[in-house]
Design a protein around this ligand. Structure first.
Ligand SMILES: NC(=O)c1ccc[n+]([C@@H]2O[C@H](COP(=O)([O-])OP(=O)(O)OC[C@H]3O[C@@H](n4cnc5c(N)ncnc54)[C@H](O)[C@@H]3O)[C@@H](O)[C@H]2O)c1
Ligand SMILES: O=C(O)CC[C@@H](O)C(=O)O
Length: 527
């Protein structure tokens, strides 16, 4: 009988479902990492919320572990690459607590607008401070939404019901979806300048870390009120403290902190600062939803091999899996490439197959393209939820199967439609198994898309490669592989280099300054 450990406080429905489905379950919460390491080897499954940190260290000790189930959305407490490397499936429950978290953001917005916590505290001290708490209405005010995914869009609908105007910044928000949501799509600077309240609903990624930096806080409308129910690390907490002290920010409400549990913070005690201890998902309804869902998914996997909402594994039948696996790896890499290089809001994705690829079920291939593409913006996207999210966001997804014989035995082409036109990449399988890029934005270039890579567009000219090599060498950046293509002699050339070590912004700036360089971008691919 498979055995599961529930290591964070979870609604009792989870244990009941496990037992009903023939899975033995222990509920042991509050363990230190060392204590968890000592017992994890006994379990096939680990069910968690946000407290348990599933590190590489824990995974290394988890000799029997097959699945980690997160009763919630964010999986930043799980080392997914380490889990994947160990063949441990990581699942989440992407929608079960969205309404609850959106409601918490709205509750914090009102708490800020009317200074409810402090008014409550002073009233209960017997002060009757009737004149000390002049609030603001939210009606007619502008709410700036950073991140318009599941939770952001629920917040927007509630805010519109409160007669607020909503301005949204989200690179994946198409103009059509913005119209459907009733929000104004804007760039970040416009949002910062217009918003009376700002609420954050993005995951924590390289792009979103410190999205409300000191510099960006200085661009806000004076007297803005800020709410973060998404992830700590999206706001520079020291800069927020200064902005509250100076009055640039009239109030801030945080449910999440850069370091959790947040037992001390310079923000504590600051006037007009309120906080909750990561309570966004804490309602009976949400906890029942996520507990039921995670237990059902994990039991299904452990008992019958079914895969739902996995972040590191496609949903597949046993017969299709071996044939489709290399195509899905290729599809994810091509999706990730166009996602990282696409730039503008993407309104459509076309997935074309020819040769051997045209004989396969296109659905998992398309799902893998979409997962690669959208994972650039959210680490919670997987092959299961990517097609759903694409539809919800109004992406026009097309699958085209060509019967023609092309230059390659098998070919997969991904074309995205953006406001600045179509952009297309293509790849094949080398030796029937190894994903390989063969074309990038109309230029023939062959490359393996793995690890950290540099994408450089330059004017084809003698001596450039030498200058680039010296720049990287001086910065102690080792080139692993080097791939070159060009539109025509002396025309636009493209370079894809795999590199070892860290490429800093200074190195990117130095490459940018080399004569003839038009674009430099750091790309990251799963190995
Ligand atoms: N406080 C809590 O208890 C709690 C509860 C649930 C979820 N969360 C967190 O809330 C966040 C949002 O969850 P969700 O379910 O709405 O996720 P989601 O994936 O549905 O939406 C995230 C949105 O952020 C957008 N985004 C990504 N990068 C961006 C960028 N650089 N700038 C602007 N937008 C960007 C994405 O395009 C996407 O639309 C996650 O971090 C999740 O972990 C917190
Ligand atoms: O489990 C919780 O309480 C928090 C969950 C939340 O952060 C999430 O990302 O789903």
């Amino acid at each position: 009988m498979p055995k599961v450990l529930i290591s964070d406080k979870m609604d009792p429905n989870a244990a009941a479902i496990f037992r009903e489905r023939g899975v033995e379950v222990d509920e042991i919460t509050g363990k230190t990492p060392d204590e968890l390491k000592a017992i994890i080897g006994q379990y096939d499954g680990l069910a968690i919320r946000s407290s348990t940190k599933v590190t590489k260290d824990i995974l290394d000790a988890a000799t029997n572990l097959k699945v980690v189930g997160r009763a919630g959305i964010g999986v930043d407490n799980v080392d997914i690459p380490a889990a994947s490397a160990k063949g441990v499936v990581v699942m989440n429950t992407p929608f079960g607590n969205s309404i609850t978290t959106a409601e918490h953001a709205i509750a914090l917005m009102f708490a800020l607008a009317r200074q409810l916590p402090e008014a409550n505290a002073q009233t209960q001290q017997g002060l009757w401070p009737k004149n000390g708490f002049m609030g603001v209405e939210v009606t007619g005010k502008t709410l700036g939404l950073i991140g318009a995914g599941n939770i952001g869009s629920i917040v927007a609908s509630r805010a519109l019901g409160l007669k607020m105007k909503v301005v949204a910044f989200d690179p994946f928000l198409t103009p059509e979806r913005a119209v459907e949501m009733g929000v104004e799509k804007a760039d970040l600077d416009t949002l910062l300048a217009k918003a009376d309240f700002i609420t954050l609903h993005t995951p924590l990624t390289d792009q979103t870390r410190n999205i409300l930096s000191r510099e960006n806080l200085a661009k806000t409308k004076k007297g803005v009120r800020i709410i973060n129910c998404a992830r700590g690390g999206l706001i520079d907490e020291a800069a927020l403290k200064d902005a509250l002290d100076s009055g640039q920010v009239a109030g801030a409400a945080l449910d999440v902190f850069e370091t959790e549990p947040a037992k001390a913070s310079p923000l504590f005690g600051t006037p007009n600062f309120i906080c909750t201890p990561h309570l966004g998902a804490s309602t009976n309804e949400a906890q029942v939803n996520v507990a039921l869902q995670v237990a059902e998914q994990m039991a299904d996997f452990l008992v019958s091999g079914g895969v739902t909402n996995a972040l590191n594994m496609p949903s597949l039948s046993a017969e299709e899996a071996p044939k489709l696996k290399p195509y899905m790896a290729l599809a994810e890499k091509l999706g990730s490439l166009v996602g990282q290089l696409g730039g503008d809001a993407i309104t459509g994705v076309a997935v074309e197959v020819e040769g051997h690829a045209a004989e396969l079920n296109p659905k998992p291939i398309t799902a893998a393209v979409l997962a690669g593409l959208m994972r650039v913006y959210s680490d919670t996207v997987n092959m299961v939820n990517a097609p759903f999210l694409a539809k919800e966001r109004g992406l026009d997804v097309r699958e085209v199967r060509h019967d023609r014989e092309g230059d390659y035995q098998t070919l997969l082409r991904v074309t995205i439609t953006t406001a600045n036109g179509d952009k297309s990449v293509a790849g094949t399988l080398f030796g029937h198994a190894q994903p390989r890029l063969v074309e990038l934005f109309g230029i023939k270039v062959e490359a393996d898309l793995d690890g950290t890579m540099l994408y450089i567009v330059n004017q084809d000219a003698p001596g450039f490669i030498g200058r680039l090599g010296s720049t990287l060498g001086e910065a102690q950046v080792n080139i692993g592989t080097f791939h070159l293509g060009r539109r025509n002699q002396g025309g636009e050339a493209v370079l894809l280099l795999s590199v070892d070590g860290t490429v800093t912004q200074q190195v990117l700036d130095a490459i940018c300054k080399l004569t003839g360089v038009k674009t430099v971008k750091l790309l990251r691919f799963a190995a």
